[in-house]
Design a protein around this ligand. Structure first.
Ligand SMILES: Cc1cc2nc3c(=O)[nH]c(=O)nc-3n(C[C@H](O)[C@H](O)[C@H](O)COP(=O)(O)OP(=O)(O)OC[C@H]3O[C@@H](n4cnc5c(N)ncnc54)[C@H](O)[C@@H]3O)c2cc1C
Length: 484
């Protein structure tokens, strides 16, 4: 009897100090949560990841002279940025000079560089002005019209500037990851970190941050045992959270019972799957937050060329279509909507720093889901067509890419989008939707069993890796506090 009681006491107290935790998703937030728990001696952790790799939207792959990033690419800022703080002494991050891709026009080809730069500076200035309208598109269209009206005395310049509003929209939706600038709130809660907003990883890839979180780098002997805790190809399809412990069921019929589940799936996954994923269903304020926050996608394409046809001074280029030209594109492959080809959504081509034979293409807007489904050959043919049509490359020197790498962030059911943004409907009352999203649930108020992390649940750093990591730490700390 005594032995039984001692065992029971041991079990109860052991259970109290080492709760079981299931983390759904091995992206930056899931890895951060696991690392923080393990460092604080909570070891009974299982990470269930639907894909066959860790990292989620941090996805660095080898190409050319180094790693390229299909997902997160730049560390945005140097102050109050957890990513920057973790890496700053390791001499990895490099400054990027301000992007000045040149603007090429469908009729006039390469525009005067000073004019291109003037337009890009104007975009930056207008974006930085105080917000006032419901959508950023409404404000920027109105302000842009006002600013360029000063150029009316030169009809050619004015006409070009009017057409360039499409480049302006692409600039904004690329940054926010939206399909239209009318979907983005003019006011938002994002707090920009000071310093260089485009620090790059110098060919090492953003995956370096995962190695740092897992303590594999710089000294692998100090690694946390996170790899042992991750189960790949484990798609969670139901989380029952009304009892003391949560029960997590996977598509392969395996089941996991845990004191706490940290859900880190993207906002896109929550939007598409919340009805089937949670038993009972989520409360109405949480559902409203999920519905009101925004997520869409950008399509990033990495192209490796066997021979470089551009030189070191090439800073990349945007494509500016004259409206009539856009209606009469002779390229016949890929999706078309209302008589307009997807080629009009190829927004910018950029050189990849420290990877001399690689260019990066950004495809933006409503065509993204369809272009994700196009064969690689169609995308390559389209880019080759544009380079020739816009006169970016000289036909005699241009080579065709021998490797193309891209990802289907929007159509992949494990992501359903690239990064979240605030919509005009997002901001209400005193609570921000990301804050509502982050609130834990469960019958036991002291020890809730359903917790939420992931970039979209970060009230001020949503959409970024730094934001994702902060939320992973936040939820791990929440659990640690319960067992102090
Ligand atoms: C193209 C692109 C460019 C970007 N550029 C930048 C940038 O330059 N700088 C920056 O800071 N950020 C950038 N981001 C955003 C950044 O990558 C994300 O904010 C961050 O990586 C999100 O991490 P997370 O852990 O919140 O989510 P995720 O990385 O999405 O992790 C969630 C994980 O959950 C898994 N999952 C989903 N459903 C299930 C399920 N049912 N069962 C089990 N597992 C599941 C997913 O496979 C995924 O691994 C970019 C993202 C993309 C896609």
């Amino acid at each position: 009897m005594l032995v039984k009681t001692v065992l029971l006491l041991f079990f109860v107290s052991f259970g109290a100090c080492d709760p079981s935790v299931v983390i759904v998703g091995a992206g930056a937030s899931g890895i951060a949560a696991a690392a923080r728990l393990l460092k604080n001696d909570i070891t009974n952790i299982t990470i269930l990841e639907a894909e066959d790799r860790i990292g989620g939207r941090v996805y660095s792959v080898p190409l050319g002279d180094g790693y390229v990033d299909l997902g997160a690419e730049w560390c945005h800022g140097e102050k109050d940025n957890i990513v920057y703080d973790m890496v700053k002494d390791l001499n990895i991050l490099q400054h990027t000079n301000k992007f000045y891709p040149e603007i090429y026009h469908s009729k006039f080809k390469r525009l005067d560089q000073n004019f291109s730069n003037l337009l890009l500076d104007t975009f930056d200035e207008l974006i930085g002005e105080p917000n006032k309208n419901s959508s950023i598109g409404e404000r920027l269209i109105a302000r842009y019209e006002e600013v360029i009206s000063q150029w009316k005395n030169d009809p050619r310049v004015y006409a070009l500037a009017q057409e360039a509003i499409t480049v302006f929209e692409a600039y904004v939706i690329g940054y926010e990851g939206a399909f239209s600038w009318f979907d983005i709130s003019d006011n938002d809660d994002y707090i920009l970190s000071d310093g260089d907003l485009y620090l790059h990883w110098n060919g090492h890839g953003f995956k370096t941050i995962l190695d740092l979180l897992m303590q594999k780098y710089p000294d692998a002997s100090k690694s946390l045992p996170i790899d042992d805790k991750v189960l790949l190809n484990k798609e969670v399809h139901e989380i029952a959270w009304s009892s003391k412990q949560a029960v997590v069921k996977c598509s392969d019929s395996s089941t996991y019972v845990a004191d706490h589940v940290i859900v880190t799936v993207s906002l896109g996954v929550l939007k598409h799957q919340h009805t089937s994923l949670f038993r009972p269903k989520l409360p109405s304020d949480k559902l409203q937050a999920i519905e009101q926050l925004g997520i869409a996608a950008v399509h990033k394409v990495l192209l490796h060329f066997p021979q470089r046809w551009w030189n070191d001074s090439y800073t990349g280029n945007c494509f500016l279509w004259n409206k009539d030209d856009a209606k009469h594109i002779s390229f016949g492959e890929g999706p078309v909507k209302d008589g307009i080809s997807w080629l009009t959504s190829v927004s910018v081509l950029l050189p990849v720093l420290h990877n001399p034979n690689v260019l990066e293409v950004w495809i933006l807007g409503h065509f993204v889901p369809k272009v994700e489904q196009c064969p690689d050959e169609v995308v390559i043919n389209g880019v080759m067509y544009l380079l020739d049509y816009f006169g970016v490359a000289v036909a005699e020197t241009i080579t065709r890419p021998d490797i193309i790498i891209r990802n289907n962030w929007y159509t992949n059911p494990h992501f359903r989008g690239t990064y979240s943004f605030q919509t005009p409907r997002t901001r209400h009352g005193y609570h921000s939707d990301p804050a509502i999203l982050s609130e834990p649930l469960g019958n036991n108020r002291e020890k809730p069993n359903l917790l939420f992390a992931g970039e979209a649940s970060n009230p001020t750093h949503y959409s970024t890796v730094q934001g994702a990591i902060e939320t992973g730490f936040r939820e791990a700390d929440r659990i640690l506090k319960m067992y102090k």
